[in-house]
Structure formats: C-alpha cells, structure tokens
Design a protein around this ligand. Sequence first.
Ligand SMILES: [Mn+2]
Length: 238
Amino acid sequence: MSRPIIAIGGTYEQAPPTSAFPSLRRIFTNEGYVSKLEQSRASVILIPNTGVNIDALLSLCDGLLLSGGPDIEPSLYHQERHPSCGKSDAESDMFQIALYHAAKKMGKPILGICRGCQLINVAEGGTLFQDYTMREDHHIAHPDLEHFDQVSHLVIIQKNTKLASILGSGEIGVNSLHHQCIDAVAPDFQCTARSNDGCIEAIECTTGPWILGVQWHPESMAEEMIPLFKAFVEVAEA
Ligand SMILES: [Mn+2]
C-alpha cells in the first residue's frame, strides 16, 4: 500500500567546525520527525529553503510538517527585538511562512511543532512572547533541554478539540524545549492546551482545515505521542 507523503520544511544551520564541511550553510531536519512520521506510515521529503517552486514541490505531498528551530524574527509579528530573543533568520522565516500559506491554500493538513506552532500563529497574524519569562505568572522552566525526551511538565488539553480527539482531554505530560511562547492567538485559531502556569502549549484552526500546532516535541517523546503523527498522516491520506 502506498504511503502518504509528508513534506518537512527545511531548517538552515551553519555546519559546526567538526563537520566534514565546516562553516558551510546546510539545510536539514532532525531525524526524530522523519522516523516518527515513517513509523506512522508516511514517506517524508525535505523541502529546501530556497523558495523555488514551492507550489510544485508541495503538490507532490499530502501534508506539511513545520518543525522546531530558531526564534522567529520579531518584526514579522510587529515587535521590536527584545534582548532575550535568540538569533533569527528572516529569510528562512519568510520561506516557511510562504510554505505554510501555499500548503493551506492547497488544503493540505499542517502540523506545527515548537517553532512550527509559533510560525503558524505568526503567519496567521498572532504574536509571541520573545521569552517565556515575559509572561505574567510563569513558574515553570519551559526550556528544559536536559530532559528533552522526558516529561517536563503537564498540559491540560481542552475538550471538544481536534487535539482532544487524538490525545484525549485533560492532563498529559509533555517535554518542553521552548523559551518563547504564543501570546495573542491568531484569528480563526484557538488555544487547545495550556500548562499549569497558563502558557499556551497547543493551537488549532477553528474554521475547518486540519491545522494544528503543539509547543512540545512529540518527535522526541516515546510511543505516547505516536497517535498525533498517525492522526496527521491519516488526514493527509484522506
Ligand atoms: Mn512548555
């Protein structure tokens, strides 16, 4: 049986000095996204960040995954850069936003993970906190890189949402590698999960299209997050 094809938007990175190609710019994705999608019966292709022929490339695919990555350029959500904002690459951000809009226009399901979730929100006119400590009443250390593949904090999933139909409503443990988070949720989107300290941990589109973002990293978690990838791949196939 043929597998649905999921496109992953590439991420730019400077190759480290230990690489076989030191100092060269590279376009990559992390293996976890690919292996979890393949485990969920998809085939994966990586879309390079060139912006060349986005529509033709996307037309080969049944769904789009926007992955984790660097901070998004704050001017793209109409803010001045705060000192706590990490390095960003506006060119790469604009490429991924164009990719998002093109996939949405074609009616492809879209899953955003971490930065990908934030990118969907920015592409749709929402805003971000440039650091999680800028949120009032924060008391969880959301960047918990040491436990990248383990439960770091709980989130409460709101009932009667797409996310709840996949992972169940109520409390679930997630990992947490982000230092930024969503502030104003974009029009036609709703928050579908929050941490106990009120941080927005998931969003989804409320007007029909299957567009869903999670702030945690399901690709680095164990089997409990496979239903999320399976649901995405199933919608892509339909
Ligand atoms: Mn978190």
